[in-house]
Design a protein around this ligand. Structure first.
Ligand SMILES: Nc1ncnc2c1ncn2[C@@H]1O[C@H](COP(=O)(O)OP(=O)(O)OP(=O)(O)O)[C@@H](O)[C@H]1O
Ligand SMILES: CC(=O)N[C@H]1[C@@H]2OC[C@@H](O2)[C@@H](O)[C@@H]1O[C@H](C)C(=O)O
Length: 364
């Protein structure tokens, strides 16, 4: 099945924003994108989301983790069983805690169980081996971003920006032959993106997000708080680097600001973090292509355009689906793992050498 030719792979992602699970089919040989397939989204309901929230920051064996894993497994089993024709599944799981140079990285959900339930080989636990070899274990989408840039026919350096709960950026030189090539990629997490905005909206308004950036657009940025945020040591660290979802909790304390001003400040902070990150690009880019839910937030997109002074456009501008790019990335990475190819390297996670992360579980 996986020798030589391409395979239909089913990838899925349960991201740090905790909104739900994305799933997407991709026909790929692990190098090229041959065809995009069907996609689906399954939201977490309020009670599932509460279980996941309660387990954030927790490690295997700690209270609430088994319950969170059960939520993740049931949601994935339900969503993935809607698809047919996949030769392999890439299952990311739900990151609960991420501390690559400390306790490691923890994605809840058992891929071996899903392989048995779905009757299909599952590649999972994508981040552990990278961390064990000294890498950040994140971001992992960059090798797929390289394939996307080639698929779109890019000829000049460009960047993909994912605005999920956390932000991550991939700088790409598409003139290089492969993502493993020296000078092809530089990737890193930029900073908090939607997670602090969602948490604010949940706490103040009982809303899952700032719809379209409506609250932020009606507020004013607290410049002193923004400046304090940008003084954080994170911004002086050289990439590659990665973040835990709640790493900036204390720094982003918005105290007694109105919901509108708080939303405006957190939104400006997310955009300013990206602009700071872009200062690390080896060659400046003229185009930043945005994927992830943050591209639906008009305030965030406007802040980005103002601060980056380059063309900032959703990935739809090159024919991609910005809500499904990460799910597609894990379909792509699953095929790479199954074929013994690298999924990360020194320029994407800071790992010592190219590494193929991921465990493969067979259905029986
Ligand atoms: N219409 C919208 N208006 C404002 N924000 C939105 C909108 N749609 C999505 N978002 C934001 O995007 C988030 C979902 O983004 P996405 O699915 O890319 O994140 P994720 O994959 O969970 O996170 P990560 O990439 O960090 O793992 C939502 O939680 C919300 O904050
Ligand atoms: C540890 C972890 O789950 N990190 C996520 C998170 O969400 C965005 C950013 O932080 C990125 O580093 C990563 O996800 C994407 C899919 C990645 O690995 O490329």
């Amino acid at each position: 099945m996986l020798k030589g030719g391409a395979v239909w792979a089913l990838g899925c992602m349960s991201g740090t924003s905790l909104d739900g699970v994305d799933a997407a089919m991709l026909l790929t040989d692990g190098e090229r994108i041959l065809e995009f397939g069907p996609t689906a989204f399954r939201p977490y309901d309020a009670s599932e989301q509460a279980v996941l929230r309660a387990a954030l920051g927790r490690w295997p064996g700690e209270p609430g983790v088994e319950e969170a894993a059960a939520v993740v497994e049931a949601a994935h089993a339900e969503l993935l069983s809607r698809f047919s024709g996949a030769g392999i599944i890439g299952f990311h799981g739900q990151t609960l805690a991420h501390d690559p140079r400390g306790r490691g990285t923890h994605q809840a959900g058992d891929g071996a169980l899903l392989a048995r339930m779905l009757g299909c080989p599952v590649v999972w636990d994508f981040r552990s081996s990278d961390v064990a070899l000294g890498g950040q274990g994140a971001p992992l989408a960059p090798f797929f971003h390289f394939a996307c840039a080639r698929h779109a026919g890019a000829t000049q350096p460009l960047a993909f920006l994912n605005l999920g709960g956390v932000g991550n950026v991939t700088w790409i030189d598409p003139r290089q032959p492969a993502p493993e090539s020296a000078g092809a990629l530089l990737a890193f997490d930029t900073g908090p993106a939607n997670a602090p905005i969602n948490d604010l909206m949940q706490a103040r308004e009982g809303l899952a997000q700032d719809p379209g950036g409506r609250f932020a657009l009606a507020g004013a940025v607290d410049e002193a708080r923004l400046e304090a945020f940008l003084a954080h040591g994170w911004f002086h660290r050289m990439p590659p680097k990665s973040l835990d979802r709640n790493a900036f909790h204390a720094v982003l304390d918005i105290g007694n600001l109105s919901t509108e001003d708080a939303a405006a400040t957190l939104t400006a902070a997310a955009a300013a973090a990206v602009a700071r990150g872009a200062e690390h690009f080896p060659i400046p880019v003229t185009r930043v292509l945005v994927c992830g839910g943050g591209r639906h937030n008009a305030a965030l997109m406007a802040e980005l355009a103002a601060r980056m002074k380059v063309d900032v456009a959703p990935v739809e501008s090159i024919g991609l689906d910005g809500d499904m790019l990460e799910a597609q990335a894990f379909a792509f990475l699953a095929v790479r793992v199954a074929r013994g190819m690298a999924t990360s390297g020194p320029a994407t996670t800071g790992v010592a050498a190219l590494v193929g992360g991921g465990r493969v579980s067979q259905p029986d």
